[in-house]
Design a protein around this ligand. Structure first.
Ligand SMILES: *[C@@H]1O[C@H](CO)[C@@H](O)[C@H](O)[C@H]1NC(C)=O
Ligand SMILES: *[C@@H]1O[C@H](CO)[C@@H](O)[C@H](O)[C@H]1NC(C)=O
Length: 184
């Protein structure tokens, strides 16, 4: 009996490990310190360039998000921000030290998300809502890229985009929270 109990205890401990410690380790909120430090223009001087990009995450009911949906949206968002800040034009626009630090942060985030996704293998969830899909997120970044082109990648256009990206990351915190919430 004692042996059986010990065995069961080990099983319980192991199953706890497998849910808690398999490298799916994401913060609840994004760290925007570096993105804030990157600012070079006074936001007031760029008011004339402000544009509404229709962030798809704005319309989300956090209760309706499912874990698999949260991961795919976060992955798409992080990848798109990384592509934006790794572009040739971005290199010319920002302080290189800060830009690299921000890109490293995003890259690490992507790797952590991948670990979360690998934990999801075999879990089938039917999305309750279709929006916002990763496709809507890609279209949103298409609008941002088009805007930068139209503004010829001016310093103010980049400042507007920097603020917008910060907003998108803050909105995506509710997706991050969803991932930590269901992990516990
Ligand atoms: C956020 O990032 C900055 C710069 O990398 C770091 O100094 C700071 O400790 C981070 N804050 C948190 C809460 O992780
Ligand atoms: C870039 O930012 C770093 C960190 O804030 C700073 O030490 C460095 O002087 C900056 N470089 C330029 C060229 O502004």
């Amino acid at each position: 009996m004692a042996m059986v109990c010990a065995f069961l205890t080990i099983l319980v401990v192991m199953s706890h490990w497998s849910t808690c410690c398999l490298g799916c380790d994401l913060p609840r909120t994004h760290n925007l310190t570096v993105l804030k430090q990157m600012s070079r223009q006074s936001p007031v001087s760029c008011l004339k360039d402000i544009k509404y990009f229709e962030l798809p995450l704005e319309k989300v009911d956090a209760q309706q998000i499912q874990k698999s949906q949260a991961i795919s949206v976060l992955q798409t968002l992080t990848q798109q921000v990384l592509t934006l800040f790794e572009s040739e034009e971005s290199r010319a626009a920002w302080n290189e030290t800060l830009r690299l630090s921000f890109c490293n942060y995003l890259y690490q985030q992507l790797k952590d998300l991948e670990a979360c996704q690998n934990q999801q293998v075999g879990v089938q969830e039917v999305p309750l809502t279709q929006e916002p899909s990763w496709l809507a997120v890609r279209e949103y970044f298409g609008r941002i890229t088009m805007y930068l082109k139209q503004k010829k990648h001016s310093p103010c256009a980049w400042e507007v985009v920097r603020v917008e990206v910060g907003r998108a990351l803050i909105y995506s915190d509710m997706f991050l929270a969803k991932l930590s919430e269901e992990k516990e």
